[in-house]
Design a protein around this ligand. Structure first.
Ligand SMILES: Nc1ncnc2c1ncn2[C@@H]1O[C@H](COP(=O)(O)OP(=O)(O)OP(=O)(O)O)[C@@H](O)[C@H]1O
Ligand SMILES: [Mg+2]
Length: 432
């Protein structure tokens, strides 16, 4: 068996380093922000640039963000004659007293319901307390980072108790038949069991999707009905449209017929993913191998992206192109995950895993051997790999993938404090 999960260290020099667990924790903690209006008034061009970077992030795709210069005085002048937005972000380079005086002037022109985040340059706890006492939502000490700003905004507008937001993992194949759906279904199944968490598989391959077959379910209108009238989709309808595969795993199944043509709208896909995200802790999106505006959008908006590739030249080119498109478009996220699948087909020449990793600049998160009997039996029986052989290395890989993709540590390996995410958050706030 070729190296797997943690073999990254031996891979090619050119391969990109993944984010650290703490960085990934922050990336995940920061949830997509609703359709609010945000206006920022900066003093420093560097801060304005960071806010522009945040504004271009997928998490702020729905919000309307404008960034201008002039700090608090410019904001006060601007709102003399204009209604204030949902959120104002102001930067000040002053110390406690002059900054508080500026904030008091801003408060006089603020409408009810407008929130304020202050970016300052002094690390002063007394100032922080006085700002909070005046109703300021957060005080960040510069120099700031894009994720830090997004986290501060998400803390105000995305309340995890009232509005649980799930994590979305998009699976896409580097070429047709690479095994992306197989990886998606087996990993989602492992997630539902190992994490004891609810998972929905959404099969976006409407005419040819195999999720219903793989779970031995009758094909249903499920996802097609949701996509045809996305604004009608709510928690109740979602429940009705989902096929239950097990206690914790449900399927947003594709019709799997050619009775209709399916020209999907990016907005419809987005709305459907949003509703799933609001109602289920984990969504595994089975995205077919095609390049349309909706498929691109679904991939770029996901929390994690998994590219499944076979070790050949066409997959290599496509993987490289996908990574080169995904990385800059998701600058505040970790790189996509690469699964190299069907390694070791007898008599078929292939690109060695290390060379593949070096060429695409990314270490594989998993490498899966070609096992026609195991995978063929599972596919024909409508079963998962673990159900066919729970001792197989392949079942173990899907189990490990479930933990890696959700940034969980397997209980037996857990060495970090349970409070680590909270501590790292406090630490980030403190050090700014
Ligand atoms: N590691 C493997 N060893 C052997 N067969 C495999 C392996 N992985 C997947 N397969 C088989 O390859 C076939 C294609 O898999 P799958 O449908 O998951 O690919 P896909 O990338 O989703 O394809 P499509 O482009 O049609 O969506 C299936 O029959 C599956 O059982
Ligand atoms: Mg598929």
């Amino acid at each position: 068996m070729t190296s797997a999960m943690d073999s990254g260290a031996e891979m090619g020099q050119g391969a990109a380093a993944a984010s650290s667990p703490d960085e990934r924790e922050t990336q995940k903690r920061v949830r997509p922000i609703p359709r609010i209006t945000i206006q920022a008034f900066c003093e420093d061009q560097g801060t304005a640039d960071i806010l522009q970077q945040a504004a271009a992030d997928r998490r702020l795709a729905k919000a309307h963000v404008t960034v201008q210069m002039g700090g608090i005085p410019a904001a006060v002048a601007f709102y003399q004659n204009a209604a204030t937005p949902n959120l104002i972000i102001v930067e000040s380079v002053y110390d406690r007293e002059p900054l508080l005086q500026d904030i008091d002037r801003l408060a006089e022109v603020c409408d009810m319901g407008t929130k304020v985040i202050v970016i300052g340059h002094v690390n002063d706890v007394v100032l922080y307390r006085q700002l909070i006492a005046r109703g300021v939502s957060d005080y960040l000490v510069g120099p700031i980072k894009p994720l830090q700003v997004m986290e501060a905004i998400a803390d105000i507008y995305v309340n995890p108790e009232a509005d649980p937001v799930g994590e979305v993992i998009a699976f896409v194949g580097a070429k047709g038949g690479a095994g992306s759906s197989t990886v998606c279904h087996n990993t989602a199944w492992a997630m539902s069991r190992a994490l004891r968490s609810d998972v929905v598989i959404a099969d976006f391959d409407l005419p040819f999707g195999t999720a219903a077959l793989d779970f031995n379910q009758d094909p249903m209108q499920g996802i097609a009905e949701a996509l045809s009238d996305p604004d009608r989709l709510d928690a109740v309808l979602l429940d009705r449209l989902l096929a239950k595969c097990s206690d914790r795993l449900s399927l947003f199944a594709a019709p799997g017929t050619l009775e209709w043509e399916y020209d999907l709208e990016p907005r419809a896909c987005n709305t459907v993913v949003d509703v799933v995200r609001q109602n289920v802790p984990y969504a595994a999106l089975d995205v077919p191998h095609l390049w349309t505006s909706w498929a691109k959008d679904v991939i770029l908006q996901a929390d994690e992206v998994v590219i499944t590739a076979t070790p050949d030249l066409a997959s290599l080119r496509n993987t490289k192109n996908l990574i080169e498109l995904i990385r800059p478009a998701r600058a505040n996220d970790g790189p996509p995950h690469l699964v190299i699948n069907q390694v070791g087909v007898p008599k078929r020449p292939e690109i060695p895993v290390a060379d593949f990793a070096q060429a695409v600049g990314l270490n594989p998160t998993a490498v899966i051997e070609f096992e026609p009997h195991l995978f063929g039996t599972a596919a024909n029986n409508g079963q998962m790999i673990e159900e066919i052989n729970d001792k197989s290395r392949q079942a173990e890989i899907f189990h490990e993938l479930a933990f890696v993709l959700t940034n969980r540590v397997e209980p037996k390996q857990q060495t970090r404090s349970l409070f680590a995410p909270i501590l790292s958050k406090l630490n980030m706030k403190k050090t700014g």
